[in-house]
Design a binder for this molecule. Structure first.
Ligand SMILES: NC(=O)c1ccc[n+]([C@@H]2O[C@H](COP(=O)([O-])OP(=O)(O)OC[C@H]3O[C@@H](n4cnc5c(N)ncnc54)[C@H](OP(=O)(O)O)[C@@H]3O)[C@@H](O)[C@H]2O)c1
Length: 233
């Protein structure tokens, strides 16, 4: 039997689409949630209770996984347990540590967002959300694990901006992307080697949805991993 893929936030709006698609692709899926009993999930999905802010339950929840998707919505408080720092920085570090402790080398797909390198953007007023997201991304890029960092633009529930997918790098754009397209980017990143070691922004535009993500990923420039920045408080 194949090793499972863990979807942290797999009961959320994007996470549940990721979960469904992974099941369709024949994967065993473990959904990590703070309240797994409440989630509406496909039959056969393994439900595990863990909170990324607290390391203890993550080790058992992530053990033996071949892949981990991190699709966690951060809080917006300036400090304390509901701050972005606790989820998209400490939480990412906790997940990476648990993944490494398990002895495996899971492919980590981090769902981040556009604007993370634009510190002046108003979203950074919410608990320095953008700064902490970027720090979390940096931790993933420096982890030594196989990874992909997916930066969605503003999320929509339908194809309101079109179904064609455009990937960009360097975080200069603005726009919309469907949760469905974000979920597909995560699933395809686990499948196609060209997405490994890359960071990209994701947009929809008028046109057809891709039937093959290979050409999209083939145009990406792999990250030059920065020297480990060290924890910043
Ligand atoms: N909204 C946008 O326009 C936008 C744009 C770019 C990127 N994003 C990002 O895209 C991702 C998906 O967004 P979405 O709107 O689809 O998400 P969502 O429906 O809000 O779901 C996010 C999930 O995060 C989980 N979560 C929150 N805190 C957690 C914690 N401490 N430990 C474990 N899980 C936790 C929740 O799971 P449980 O309650 O089951 O624990 C929830 O189901 C998020 O990372 C979001 O920040 C959003």
């Amino acid at each position: 039997m194949h090793s499972p893929i863990a979807v942290i936030g797999g009961a959320g709006r994007t996470g549940v689409i990721i979960t469904r698609r992974l099941v369709e692709e024949g994967h065993r899926v473990r959904v990590i949630s703070r309240a797994p009993e409440r989630a509406v999930l496909p039959l056969g999905v393994d439900r595990r209770r863990a909170d990324v802010r607290y390391a203890d339950a993550l080790g058992p929840a992530l053990r033996d996984c071949a892949g981990i998707v991190f699709a966690v919505e951060p809080g917006t408080a300036d400090s304390g347990p509901h701050s972005p720092e606790t989820t998209v920085y400490d939480g990412v570090r906790n997940v990476l540590a648990a993944a490494a402790d398990g002895g495996g080398r899971p492919h980590v797909v981090l769902v981040s967002q556009i604007y993370v390198t634009r510190r002046e953007h108003p979203m950074n007023a919410y608990g320095r959300l953008l700064d902490w997201r970027l720090r979390g991304e940096d931790e993933v890029r420096a982890s030594g694990l196989p990874y992909t960092v997916v930066r969605p633009s503003w999320l929509t529930d339908g194809d309101v901006a079109g179904a064609r997918v455009r990937l960009e790098q360097h975080d200069r754009g603005d726009g919309w992307v469907s949760r469905k397209a974000v979920a597909e980017a995560c699933v395809q990143s686990l499948r196609l080697p060209a997405a490994g070691g890359t960071t990209f922004e994701l947009y929809n535009e008028p046109g057809e949805e891709p039937t093959d993500w290979g050409p999209l990923f083939d145009r990406l420039v792999p990250d030059r991993v920065p020297a480990y920045p060290g924890p910043v408080r």
